[in-house]
Each structure stands twice: as C-alpha cells, then as structure tokens.
Write a protein that binds this ligand. Structure first.
Ligand code: HSE
Length: 414
C-alpha cells in the first residue's frame, strides 16, 4: 500500500486525486502496491462539503502526518505556507511531489539538499511546462549533451491570451477572464501577464540544462500587458506571431536569459503553438534541436506530470532525481549577438525619427505612415549588432525629446 497525502485541493489537487483513483491498481501486478489517498489538506472545509472525498479532508497540517503517509503531494502553490509544509514533510522523511514553480525557483537548491539529507526525494516535473515531460527529458534522455540554448513558451495563460487577441479579435481583458475561468491562470494573474511565472519556469529549466543556478530575479522580464492589436498587425506584415518567449543560451562563461514578447514566424515551430499549449525548443550539442510541446496548464495536464513523479517514487527511481548545482550562473541580461528588432516610436516629428533610424541602422525597413494610420508613430524593423547598441540608441532618441516612447520586440526568423 502506498499512502499519498495531498496539500491543496484546487484545480491541480482535484486532478491529482482523480488520477490516483483511476490508477489505484497500476502497480498491483508489478510491485504488489495499491495507491491510497490518505488525507487532503484544505484551507476552508466548508467549500468542499459536497465533494466525494469529504471524509479525507482536514484543515490541520498535523493530521496529514498523523495518518500513515509515504508521499506528500504539494498542490497549494505560492510560498506561504507551502515552503514550511514541504520542509516539514522532508524532515519527516516523506517523499514530496510538487507542481509549485514559485517554490522550486526560490528554494529548489535548499529543498533538494534537505531531501538528500533525509534520504528522500522531491520531484517537480509539473512545475515547468505542465504536462510536458521536459525536466526528466533534459535530466535523463539528453544527459549526454551540452545544452546550448532554450527557446520556450512556458506560460499557458499568456499564450492563450495572445492567441485569442490575434485570431479571435478578443480584448486582453476578456481573454484573461476566459483563461481564469478555464483554470489556467494563477490565483494572482499578475504573475502570468507580467512574465514572472515564465521567468521562474525558465530559471528551473536553465538551472537543470546548464548545471548552474539561474536565478529568475537576475533576468530581464517583460510581460504582455502593453501589447495591443496594432502590434499583431505589424507582426503579420512580416508573417509573424507574437509569443511570450523564455530564452536562455550559453554565451562563453555566462548565460543569457530573458522573458519577453517576441515576433516569431507564423510557420516556425514556436509560432504555431496556440492557446494554453507550451513548447520548449532545446538545442543540444549532440542531438541538435529537440522540440517538446503540449498543454502547459490546466487540471489534467498538470496532474499527469504529478502522477509521473509519484510513479517514479513508487518504482524507486530515486537515483534519477534532479540535483541543482551549487554554482550560481553569471547572467547576461541583454543579447550580445546580432539580432533583428521591431520598434514603434511615438513621436511628434516623424521625419526626424525616420532620418535618424536610416542613418543609425544599415539594415532597416521603415513601414509607411498609412500602415496602421498612426500619424504620430514610426514603425521600423532594424538589425542591431547587439541589444546594448539598440538600447543605447533608444535612450538617446528619448533624451533628444523626439521620441516620447519606444516599444521594441525581438524578431526571430525560426
Ligand atoms: N498559470 C500557469 C500558466 C499555470 O498559465 O502556465 C501552469 O503553471
């Protein structure tokens, strides 16, 4: 008998409870083990009174450990009280499975160490890419590679919003409301739309991929809150979609990492990923490009990854567990390589800006005034030797007072 206790009974927790029930006898023949959901910790008992698992509910963490428990599934999200409860479970020598990216991005190193000290494991496949088996793939299947880069769509909510704005003409607000209703968004969706959720996932992914700790707080993060319908029109002009991409890559002894909206070709592997789907394009020195995609948010996709971790523990695959390096990565906030960009410059002197862009960028393509009908705007695609050059130019334009504001997007060809 394997006793599983669960902390939290929201979207993810309900999915996990259902999968445990469906797979109760999964390990019966091979290992003579039966799965039992022993207890479920909830914040508010009254909210779950009509639930079929009502007999298992408690609002007291002590009850979780009073019952016989082998594995603790943390499905509460956030840091408080998850962090304390997970430490408690590890110190009581219980294996832990969590879907909590905030927790792993913040305390992954410490918790993995604590688990090792106690002879147990903490698994967190569901923390990145929802149902996509990406962490295990990098840690096990691609272990013979030096990972060179990651380009990824890691937030289902924002990809859903961008898809609905682009293809269904939905407003940002209505698309966000729908994502919340469908259970994709965080309790506080700011962390989705401002890019923090994607940044935390990118930091976990990059830490494993490059074997150096990439802190999400060290990287450049820009969300989707400022994107409007005209951005999509401009993107379409270059046969591009707009995606919130988490990008990281090895640059000498540093790691470049960022989360920002990027124009990607509509027919590219990342450009075709729509709705709540996530995608991760990994480049390894031996394997080349490998693409992973699937549902990155929602009840059952996330529960699927949690259940995979439960199975690993039951099948004693402890030796495969992930380790975070003690070494911290040096982060490059800006792209050091030659890259293409799109700029929208709000100005009261179009001619001045057009002349300035033409002089400063050998490779530039300025859209005609009539394209979006904005009399006070210059829109241009430019090529820059590196991102610092572009940023310096933008700052200079602003300080010369010709440009009131500048919006920029990286443009990727594939
Ligand atoms: N809010 C997250 C997302 C949930 O939209 O991707 C899955 O981590």
């Amino acid at each position: 008998m394997v006793n599983i206790a669960m902390l939290g009974y929201g979207v993810v927790g309900s999915g996990v409870a259902e999968l445990i029930l469906r797979n109760k006898y999964k390990f019966k023949d091979e290992l003579d083990e039966e799965l039992v959901l022993s207890k479920i910790l909830v914040k508010n008992m009254k909210r779950h009174m009509s639930n079929k698992n009502v007999g298992l509910l408690t609002d007291n963490i002590e009850d979780i450990f009073k019952a016989k428990v082998d594995i603790v599934v943390e499905a509460m999200g956030g840091l408080d009280p998850s962090y304390e409860y997970v430490k408690m479970a590890l110190n009581m020598k219980k294996h832990v499975v969590t879907a909590n990216k905030d927790l792993i991005a913040e305390y992954g190193y410490e918790l993995l160490k604590l688990a090792r000290k106690n002879g147990v494991t903490i698994h967190f496949e569901a923390s990145v890419g929802g149902g996509i088996p990406i962490l295990k793939s990098i840690n096990e299947c691609l272990v013979g590679n030096q990972i060179r880069s990651i380009k990824s769509i890691l937030n289902g909510t924002t990809n859903f919003i961008l898809s609905k704005m682009n293809h269904n003409g939905m407003s940002y607000e209505s698309a966000l409301k729908l994502a919340q209703k469908l259970g994709f968004a965080e309790a506080n969706p700011e962390s989705d739309v401002k890019g923090y959720d994607a940044a935390r996932k990118l930091s976990i992914l990059s830490t494993i991929a490059y074997n150096r700790r990439v802190s999400w707080k060290d990287i450049n993060i820009e969300g989707i809150v400022k994107i409007d319908s005209e951005d999509f029109r401009y993107a379409k002009h270059k046969k591009c979609n707009i995606k919130l991409l988490g990008i990281s890559k090895v640059c000498g002894d540093k790691i470049y990492a960022s989360v920002m909206p990027v124009m990607v070709k509509e027919d590219s592997v990342l450009g075709r990923i729509e709705d709540e789907y996530n995608a991760i394009l990994v480049e390894g020195d031996a394997v080349g490009d490998v693409m992973f995609s699937g549902k990155g948010a929602g009840m059952f996709p996330t529960a699927s990854a949690v259940f995979g971790d439960i199975a690993d523990i039951i099948e004693h695959k402890k030796e495969k567990s992930i380790i975070f390096s003690a070494e911290k990565a040096n982060i490059n906030k800006n792209l050091e390589s030659k890259s293409n960009w799109f700029m929208r410059v709000k100005t009261c002197d179009r001619m001045k800006i057009i002349e300035s862009i033409s002089v400063n960028f050998k490779n530039c393509y300025i859209l005609s005034n009539g394209f979006c009908g904005n009399k006070n705007e210059v829109a241009a695609f430019v090529s820059a030797d590196n991102e610092d050059v572009l940023n310096d130019y933008i700052e200079k334009m602003k300080s010369d007072k010709y440009a009131q504001s500048v919006k920029k997007f990286l443009v990727l060809d594939k």
